[in-house]
Design a protein around this ligand. Sequence first.
Ligand SMILES: Nc1ncnc2c1ncn2[C@@H]1O[C@H](COP(=O)(O)OP(=O)(O)OP(=O)(O)O)[C@@H](O)[C@H]1O
Ligand SMILES: [Mg+2]
Length: 327
Amino acid sequence: MGKSYSLADLAELAGVAREAVSAWDTEGRLGEAPRDEVGRRVYGFEQAERAVALGGRSVRRRISVVNQKGGVGKTTSVFSLSAAFAERGRRVLVVDLDAQANLTSSFGYDPDTLDKTSEDLLTDEKVRPEDVILETAIEGVHLVPADIRLCRVDVKIHEMFMRELILQNKLRHLFQHYHVILFDCPPNLSKVTINALLASDEVLVPVETQSYSIKALSDLTNTFSLIRQKMNHALRVWILPTKVDRTSALANEFLGALERAFGERLLPSVSIDPEIVKAPMFYEPVTRAFPSSRAAREYARLARFLLLPDAERDQQARSADRLKPLD
Ligand SMILES: Nc1ncnc2c1ncn2[C@@H]1O[C@H](COP(=O)(O)OP(=O)(O)OP(=O)(O)O)[C@@H](O)[C@H]1O
Ligand SMILES: [Mg+2]
């Protein structure tokens, strides 16, 4: 089921005044919106998407979600952010690259019954993304699913020509179609992860604040520097603390250390929230199942931030109160 929007919501998404959206609507530029039982127009994803396009402030983002440590919130972040981006009127493609296929299952697909997955995309030259992309229950979000065969992909692609650039080359013609492409990476730095990084311009690193060392994180960001040097491919790096328990002294101490080490690249945290664990039972991310929960509001804020035009985003990343917890 799709989300519905008010004129004020559409104005906020487009970054214009309400009157401007109202005028677009009168001119028929928002397309045909259905009416409710009392004859009022009900604005849905199509109107949100059109308002964003008419506002002219939309940017394209391609983001890999990476950490070689397992269980830090990569899949949860991709799942929640995809819905949050779509709610902002964006067409989103999520690519599951993990053999565990948790993202694929989160969207309600059984990885064992799929005809084609990202494994085929990576290993079979003839397979195009159009052969693999699935629609999801979330309007605006499309999925390239995964399956267990991905665990052997590194061996299979080893001999292939330009093996690090398979995803970039296969997906390039879709870069303009989707506003956001998100890659859910496996918990390792395999060639599959390198493929995702080279198809992205940004990388989001979720980190748990209970048991992680700054040293391990620096090693990871050094890998991104290597990609810049050796492959001539610059990546903007963001660090996202997840499962944060603000009552824990250790967590607060670690957040302080992250801020000193990463400065503007540190994003506002996502709290530990029991609703996150419950949401997938409904095959929905927390932003859908429990939109007023803390984690949902934090992911919505993050989606909003990531979609800002570069100059505005840089400015906000420098502002003093950006890391303040939500109320
Ligand atoms: N903010 C949160 N609050 C509470 N639980 C969370 C939160 N974020 C993630 N989790 C839970 O933590 C577990 C691991 O999350 P997730 O699967 O997203 O991690 P991952 O990094 O993708 O793991 P893997 O490396 O195995 O792919 C899941 O059970 C998820 O529900
Ligand atoms: Mg995962």
